[in-house]
Design a binder for this molecule. Structure first.
Ligand code: ZN
Length: 420
């Protein structure tokens, strides 16, 4: 191993365009996060059919690839294109004239990088498990970075992002089964027609790779290994989209009002468990207001069918679910300056006006005009409220309920099955 202070710059002879920067040692793996040794990635022997493909980055131009081991590069047909027998520190990966360049080597428009034991690689400063595929976009200007890895190793990078890893073990186990089922559902529904199964963002489940792992999360995964939720469908059983969100505010919501799909376990249940556990600002969130002109512009930009309203000047209730002590909007009727109106799902409106979802925290609120503003008041809950209420799950676990009881409560009629 060379001196860590040495940085070599090698001119890119063949192409004369790029410089490759090689940093010796495992700098990227040791300079960030907890100084925990990286354990070998479990499950590498499992069938690739059960692996998960996570879209890490799209439209990427270049990144620093690092591995603590050697690695193999395969071409789009799965043939070995190159082998790097020992750690190369960090090497520049880039796109050039429609192909992928790794260090000084030029490949085609689709490569798969398979690190040796412990099956870990780094993209810039973040470490991930499994393999990584690089797929050049049709214009040849950028590429997608897709991490494929065993399902359980994927979950290790998800659970701690979606729920605090210091929460009760039974809540973490319930979360793990919900996340595992959700991932397999998305893979089955969308994976066949694209190069990846899920994104690493809130659009699916937040995945942070190795930095998000913890011993508590790994324990929850091992204790529920391969377990998923199923519900009756026709004559058989099926996995279903096991949605979850932070704080329901007292009652979970029927999925048909939010996502438009209807499964028996997603009809909504009372939740007396999150009130005592959730942050006050999650259970009842403060009044927020947005300029009416911005609300109108954002909605029309995102949904061109609202152009015919010209400018949105009023918002009226559409479908509303009524629960003890509060209501939740399923849809809203948007009224234009010309008197026309159209309906929009409340969840779509909320995330269009406030992309972060952190101001208009849920769909439970009253909306009223005040001057040039729309005011959202009486807000209750955090998230879409479909499926498992995470603070409620923690509340149940603190009351001594086990993960099976928690899942049965939030997904009534569902059963746990083992898939691998
Ligand atoms: Zn709740």
């Amino acid at each position: 191993m060379k001196d860590l202070s040495v940085t070599e710059k090698i001119s890119f002879r063949t192409l004369g365009v790029l410089a490759v920067i090689v940093v010796s040692g495992l700098l990227l793996f040791t300079m960030r996060h907890k100084p925990r040794p990286i354990e070998p990635t479990p499950g590498m022997e499992t069938s690739r059919r059960l692996w998960v493909r996570v879209l890490l980055f799209d439209n990427m131009k270049e990144f620093a690839l690092s591995t603590p081991s050697g690695f193999t590069v395969l071409d789009g047909d799965g043939r070995i294109a190159a082998q790097f027998t020992e750690s190369c520190g960090a090497v520049l990966v880039a796109v050039l004239e429609g192909g992928i360049v790794i260090g000084e080597h030029v490949f085609g428009n689709h490569v798969r990088i398979e690190p040796d034991d412990p099956f870990v690689f780094g993209v810039n400063n973040e470490a991930y498990r499994g393999h990584v595929q690089l797929i050049v976009a049709s214009d040849g200007e950028s590429f997608d970075v897709v991490n494929s890895l065993p399902l359980e190793s994927y979950l290790a990078g998800v659970i701690g992002e979606e729920m605090p890893s210091y929460w009760e073990t039974e809540a973490l186990k319930a979360q793990t089964i919900a996340a595992r089922t959700y991932c397999l559902f998305m893979k089955a529904r969308f994976g066949a027609r694209r190069e990846w199964d899920v994104t690493r963002t809130q659009a699916n489940q937040v995945y942070g790779g190795i930095k998000s792992e913890s011993p508590m999360v790994w324990d929850a995964i091992r204790q529920t290994s391969g377990c998923v939720l199923v519900c009756r469908r026709g004559d058989g059983e099926e996995i279903f989209p096991t949605y979850y969100s932070s704080t329901c505010g007292g009652h979970t919501e029927d999925s048909s009002h939010v996502f438009g799909d209807s499964y028996e376990p997603l009809r909504g249940v009372p939740c007396p468990y999150c009130e005592d556990v959730a942050r006050r600002s999650f259970f009842q969130w403060p009044t927020v207001s947005f300029a009416a002109a911005d609300v109108s512009r954002r909605i029309i930009e995102r949904y061109p069918r609202f152009k015919s309203l010209e400018r949105i000047v009023a918002v009226e209730p559409g479908q509303v679910s009524e629960y003890e002590g509060f209501k939740r909007n399923g849809s809203l009727r948007l009224v234009g300056v010309n008197g026309r109106s159209k309906t929009l799902r409340a969840e779509d409106m909320r995330l269009t006006i406030d992309r972060t979802g952190k101001k208009i925290k849920s769909n439970s609120y009253e909306i009223s005009p005040r001057g040039e503003q729309f005011v959202f008041s009486g807000g209750r809950g955090f998230g879409h409220a479909v499926g498992m209420c995470q603070y409620g799950a923690e509340g149940m676990a603190r009351r001594g309920k086990d993960f099976k009881t928690i899942l049965k409560h939030y997904f009534p009629g569902s059963s746990i099955r083992r898939v691998q």
